[in-house]
Design a protein around this ligand. Structure first.
Ligand code: PHE
Length: 335
């Protein structure tokens, strides 16, 4: 009995292993576990055995049946998978390929964040032309005719009087020409300068700010910019206003923040000074108001301009501005 059932076990498992398709498996099933199948008849014949042999033989038959059924089930799965692969040419057992997901560019993320902070303070958002006239880019902003920024080495000229704007400040002149105070505007956009190294790209982004009304003071400028810096960096970022010069603001100030990398101790990023320059600002020069036709006796205002790439570099710890424009998905996908 034992020898016979063991032979059947061996043969049946071999047959399953060699089966080519589901039809073959069907007949193997009938042959062994069908009504008159070999394994079935062993079960039926148990009652003919002497009673002392019955338990051991019963156990053996059950083992053989279990081994048969699990081998059969496995073989069915593997044949089905082969069929599927042959149909579709796809190996369904391979891990899936994740579709590439789009993400916002870090410059877009920071531009939106800057705009949303100023919107919450009541500033309107405006945009203006990147191809600009000499009048709005320089003339109406009080630049003298011999100002170095007007040189061909610094500015991309389209023709004698048409150029790619070198800053977003021309929008100050455009907005004031159209509207009367009070006004509060924020202007995001691309600007262009003939410059290229690890901290400069020929095209970069700025956000301009302008607030004009009666009785606007330097205190308002400090309040608005302090609140902005505490929101875009963090609450305890200290800042300082350093005297500076722009033809279209008087007085002018550059705003520095405590180095976000070393917290003021001095490092490579802040050139050991503990401070980082992040924007230019000042009280709107009366000469600019005159171009707009405002009464310089009652109207005052402030303006500021910041580089978006620079703010994003500081926030995210990016060390080379050119990374923004190399279009490497591994870099761009991180934000
Ligand atoms: N336009 C200046 C620049 O590009 C920044 C600035 C804007 C300064 C507004 C003062 C007021 O450097």
């Amino acid at each position: 009995m034992n020898k016979a059932i063991e032979d059947i076990q061996k043969e049946s498992l071999e047959e399953i292993d060699n089966a080519k398709d589901l039809k073959e498996l069907d007949s193997i099933t009938v042959k062994y576990t069908g009504k008159k199948g070999f394994i079935t008849s062993f079960s039926k014949n148990l009652s003919n055995l002497p009673s002392e042999e019955r338990p051991a033989a019963g156990k053996k038959v059950n083992e053989v049946r279990t081994a048969f059924e699990s081998a059969l089930a496995e073989k069915i799965v593997s044949i089905k998978r082969e069929i599927e692969e042959a149909d579709t040419g796809i190996d369904v057992s391979l891990p899936g390929v994740r579709p590439a997901q789009g993400a916002l560019h870090p410059v877009t993320i920071i531009t939106r964040e800057i705009c949303s902070i100023f919107s919450s303070m009541g500033f309107n958002i405006a945009e203006g032309p990147e191809v600009e006239t000499d009048y709005y880019n320089f003339e109406a902003l009080n630049f003298p005719h011999n100002h170095p920024a007007r040189e061909m080495q610094d500015t991309y000229y389209v023709s004698e009087n048409i150029l790619l704007r070198t800053h977003t400040s021309p929008m100050q002149a455009r907005v004031m020409e159209k509207e009367k105070p009070p006004l509060k505007y924020i202007v995001p956009g691309k600007v262009y300068r003939c410059d290229s190294d690890i901290t400069h790209t020929p095209m970069f982004h700025q956000v301009e700010g302008l607030m004009v009304d009666e009785n606007i003071s330097f205190g308002d400028l400090k309040g608005v910019l302090t609140s902005f810096i505490h929101q875009i960096f963090d609450e305890d970022t200290s800042l300082r206003f350093r005297p500076s010069f722009f033809p279209f603001t008087e007085p002018s100030a550059e705003v520095d923040i405590r180095c976000v990398i070393c917290r003021g101790k001095g490092c490579r990023v802040c050139s050991q000074t503990g401070w980082l320059e992040i924007l230019g600002s000042g009280m709107v020069h009366p000469g600019v108001f005159e171009y707009a036709g405002y009464d310089t006796e009652v109207i005052t205002g402030f303006a500021f301009g910041m580089g978006v790439e620079r703010i994003a570099m500081l926030k995210y710890g990016i060390d080379d501005i050119r990374k923004y424009y190399e279009n490497d998905i591994r870099f761009l996908g991180q934000f």
